[in-house]
Design a protein around this ligand. Structure first.
Ligand SMILES: [Zn+2]
Length: 265
């Protein structure tokens, strides 16, 4: 596989060899003896990887904090069920009133019939007919009312279940806000600290080496790699002895094959 060569590392361009003496001061913030340029870049890469990881974590936490889909869906379900329940209750009330009216009418006719004030046979027959018709209407209304009552009961049970679900979701939401809110502030603090560490380290590093590092980070993901058993850990190709010696001597050397910067612990 032929990999595109990085312009900064191709033969004839600037060499890292002359940069190995550019080390950070022994009084640097790590309070360690002077670190090689490759060591600085390796440390920078560790910080960058940690920054990347924490930024992703922060994104996930923010998503968790703002994810209210279940809550919104259940709220809207409850609103719709409450509306249906309201309608059903109004229908039930309406049906009860109509039924009362019919019963009232029957009572009136009955009192007429049994008061003895109605004498005419035709009138009596008509009144009895009317009572019969009203009673039949009452029967129909009563059946309908029973249906409406069971509908109301069913809707009440559904709305109660949804209201309980909503309460549970609200408790979970609150819990999540507390847990993830705490996690968010911790991540923000850690990110700010990493950012400061990075700035400090970058300020102490060689500008040109930093640019090469940044380019490699973009194209290769991992810019600085360790050499293990004579092989580049970036591409696993054997490192020529001459290069290996230079790495050991503290020179800043890039892999001939993958361009990554070598680092020896
Ligand atoms: Zn390599």
């Amino acid at each position: 596989m032929s990999l595109p060569k990085n312009a900064a590392s191709s033969p004839g361009s600037w060499s890292f060899n002359c940069l190995h003496f550019l080390t950070i001061s022994p009084l640097d913030f790590y309070n360690k003896p002077s670190m090689s340029l490759a060591g600085q870049l390796y440390r920078l890469q560790q910080i960058d990887l940690e920054l990347q990881k924490k930024q992703q974590e922060l994104k996930d936490v923010e998503n968790q904090l703002s994810d209210d889909k279940a809550l919104v869906a259940t709220e809207s379900k409850l609103a719709s069920q409450s509306e249906q329940l309201g309608d059903a209750r109004r229908k039930q009330k309406d049906s009860e009133w109509k039924l009362e009216d019919l019963q009232e009418k029957v009572k009136l006719i009955d009192s007429k019939l049994y008061s003895g004030t109605t004498k005419g046979a035709k009138e009596l027959v008509n009144l009895e007919k009317e009572v019969k018709s009203l009673k039949s209407q009452i029967k129909t209304k009563e059946d309908a009312l029973l249906g409406l009552m069971s509908q109301v009961e069913e809707l009440e049970a559904k709305a109660k279940t949804t209201a309980e679900e909503l309460e549970q979701l609200k408790r979970e939401w609150q819990q999540r806000q507390e847990t993830f809110g705490q996690k968010k502030s911790e991540l923000e603090i850690a990110l700010a600290k990493l950012g400061r560490d990075r700035d400090e380290l970058a300020q102490q590093s060689d500008r040109e080496a930093l640019n090469t590092y940044e380019r490699l980070r973009l194209t290769r993901g991992e810019a600085v790699v360790k050499v293990e058993k004579g092989r580049c850990l970036g591409c696993h190709v054997t490192v020529p002895t001459s290069q290996w010696q230079k790495v050991k001597a503290g020179d800043l050397i890039q892999c001939n094959n993958c361009n990554r910067i070598f680092y020896l612990e």
